[in-house]
Design a protein around this ligand. Structure first.
Ligand code: NAI
Ligand code: 3PY
Length: 324
């Protein structure tokens, strides 16, 4: 069985696949064009896919009938047309849980960085503008007792909510497709409508799984309804927010600040005007970038492929209906 891996992953995953005697195809060049990537896919039986650049859409499944399973090196699976995968009998694996703590740490880090204006202040130090102690300058806001609104209270959202509750005794409100009974019990999270969420949150943090139908859900109309002291955090997917509308909302002080680990587009241009604003902190999609999480993801992706090679179900399959 030939396994195409488009980018090198931590050694633990590679070793597991080699010990399972699978043939690995790992290109020297990690920056493949779409055509080169598709050519590798056509040579393979199974894909271990890193990143969201290339889509597994109906065209892909038509072009690559040879592909029998895809193990994503991510928990998010918005790069896959699940209906098409299932129609083509291709199980899709992902990497849940192992990265929830690391990713929510980044949401928490961004929340604090924006609240205390870390990027702005760091820039001052770097550019020789430290100045003298000024009682009225660079004032941030405290998070103690404030309201954290979580959009998408799943695994990562819950970790973010728990941390914020513990550290700052924040009130947790959330909007989700389903009620999260565990979070309601454990941290007193309160379910609210989408409209209540955006109007009541002092910090609004996005943790939902993304689909194309949700593109630009956080747009001008939403930013207009948010509090003027609100901090907007997105560590889920950049497609959730309209970046131009976010820029306008920040520039016009409709909202207070924003922390982004995901952008729209991604990667974003270094001359995007949003970077000129002092109330913004942007990170280059590093949510799961810890040794622990990335090793866990490598192990899980390898486990999915090894299970498939033995004729077993993928342990973490996002389209289990494929087995019906
Ligand atoms: N910045 C980064 O490096 C990382 C980003 N992520 C992103 O975080 C997302 C969440 O991951 P998990 O918490 O593990 O997923 P999860 O599936 O446990 O939680 C997502 C929750 O969002 C809810 N949801 C989805 N669409 C919704 C909508 N329109 N309205 C209300 N609720 C909605 C779902 O019902 C679910 O409860 C991933 O899909 C991925 O896009 C994940 C890992 C790292
Ligand atoms: O897992 C994901 O969905 C990511 O975005 C990167 O870890």
């Amino acid at each position: 069985m030939k396994v195409f891996i488009n980018k090198r992953i931590p050694e633990i995953g590679i070793t597991m696949l080699e010990e399972a005697k699978l043939e690995l195809i790992i290109p020297e060049n990690e920056h493949l064009s779409y055509e080169e990537w598709l050519a590798y896919c056509k040579l393979s039986d199974v894909i271990l896919n890193v990143g969201g650049e290339f889509k597994f859409d109906p065209y892909f499944f038509k072009e690559c009938p040879n592909i029998k399973a895809i193990a994503l090196y991510s928990v998010g699976y918005d790069q896959v047309n699940i209906q098409s995968a299932t129609e083509n009998a291709v199980p899709i694996g992902n990497t849940p849980d192992v990265l929830s703590k690391a990713t929510s740490d980044v949401s928490f880090l961004l929340m604090q960085s924006v609240a205390r204006r870390a990027s702005y202040n760091f820039e001052k130090v770097k550019t020789g503008n430290w100045g003298t102690f000024d009682p009225l300058h660079a004032l941030g806001q405290e998070l103690y007792g404030k309201t954290l609104g979580i959009f998408g209270l799943g695994r990562i959202g819950f970790e973010m909510a728990k941390k914020s509750r513990k550290a700052f005794d924040m009130e947790i409100i959330y909007h989700n497709r389903h009620r999260n009974v565990e979070a309601e019990k454990e941290i007193n999270a309160r379910y609210v409508s989408f409209d209540e969420l955006i109007k009541q949150a002092d910090v609004l943090s996005i943790h939902a799984s993304y689909t194309a139908e949700q593109k630009d859900l956080f747009n001008n109309a939403v930013f207009e309804k948010m509090k003027s002291n609100a901090i907007f955090i997105n560590t889920a997917r950049g497609g959730f927010h309209d970046q131009k509308a976010l820029y306008e909302a920040l520039k016009n002080k409709q909202i207070w600040g924003a922390g982004l680990d995901v952008t729209n587009p991604e990667p974003m241009s270094y001359d995007d005007p949003i970077l000129e604003l002092s109330n913004v902190c942007v990170l280059p999609h590093i949510g799961s970038a810890t040794e622990e999480a990335r090793n866990g993801m490598a192990k899980m992706a390898a486990e999915n492929i090894i299970a498939f090679s033995k004729g077993e179900k993928l342990p973490t399959c996002v389209n289990p209906e494929v087995y019906k």
